[in-house]
Design a protein around this ligand. Structure first.
Ligand code: ZN
Length: 253
């Protein structure tokens, strides 16, 4: 998926302007869970006096398997916002940080946070209803980017990231054949892969595996403003129907 974020929020190097913005800020909100090492460095380098608020403070962290340079390791999974219960914790933390930074408006922040928390609560119910339309045996998705561990745990969907599908590199012909075999054996049609930029590779994989490559879903970043997932809420409203439609095509085993 093309990076819809401002350049400085992607993996590119922050610019001097970003450093000045951080230096002038009174509050910097980070996800935490070791997600933004580069932001920690930027904060240090900028000499900012800003309060650093960790949005994920208080959530129960999950782990994930990370592949780096061919080696696999267990790390903290930073994608906690993919569970809406955690999203509500984020909202509470951010509201508290805003109230501390701007005490005169503390009550207003609290009111808005309460209203938004209720919105997320009903969104959570909607997600459960939608996933509930898929028979339990079909609730499986293959993905290249292991960003939905919290989502899977919260909503009862198994996300599989088979060997040969890493976020770091496109698979080789041999890797693709092996992958196709695994997908066929699992009976999974729901395939969401972000990294494969070569449409011919995608077509080959779909043909060989019998899977259907799903619509773009959003995990770490939102779409551009006006796009299909330009807010946190709209991200769920976009991803969930895409997941449901794809999972309904899975075989029963
Ligand atoms: Zn990620």
């Amino acid at each position: 998926m093309p990076s819809p974020l401002p350049r400085w929020l992607s993996r590119a190097e922050p610019t001097p302007l970003d450093g000045r913005n951080v230096a002038a800020a009174s509050l910097v909100v980070v996800n935490g869970l070791h997600m933004e090492g580069w932001l920690d460095r930027l904060v240090k380098a900028s000499g900012t006096k800003a309060t650093i608020a960790v949005a994920s403070q208080g959530i129960k962290p999950q782990t994930m398997v990370e592949e780096e340079g061919g080696a696999k390791g267990i790390t903290t999974d930073p994608h906690a916002w993919q569970n809406l219960a955690n999203g509500r914790v984020y909202v509470g933390n951010i509201a508290l940080a805003l109230a501390k930074a701007d005490p005169a408006n503390a009550a207003a922040y609290q009111r808005r946070a309460d209203a938004y928390g209720k919105e997320l609560e009903s969104l959570d119910l909607w997600v459960r209803q939608e996933i509930g339309r898929v028979p339990a045996a079909k609730r499986k998705i293959i993905t290249s980017h292991d960003a939905f561990g919290y989502f899977g745990n919260a909503y009862g969907v198994t996300f599989l990231a088979p060997v040969g599908l890493s976020t770091e590199s496109e698979p080789t012909a041999a890797g693709l054949a092996k992958l196709s075999g695994q997908i066929r054996t699992l009976g999974i049609k729901a395939l969401f892969i972000e990294i494969m930029t070569d449409p011919r590779l995608m077509q080959t994989l779909a043909r060989e595996s019998g899977a259907v490559i799903g619509d773009t879903v959003y995990s770490d970043s939102l779409s551009r403003s006006g796009g299909p997932a330009d807010t946190y809420v709209r991200m769920f409203r976009h991803n969930v129907p895409a997941f449901v439609a794809a999972m309904l095509k899975n075989s029963f085993y």
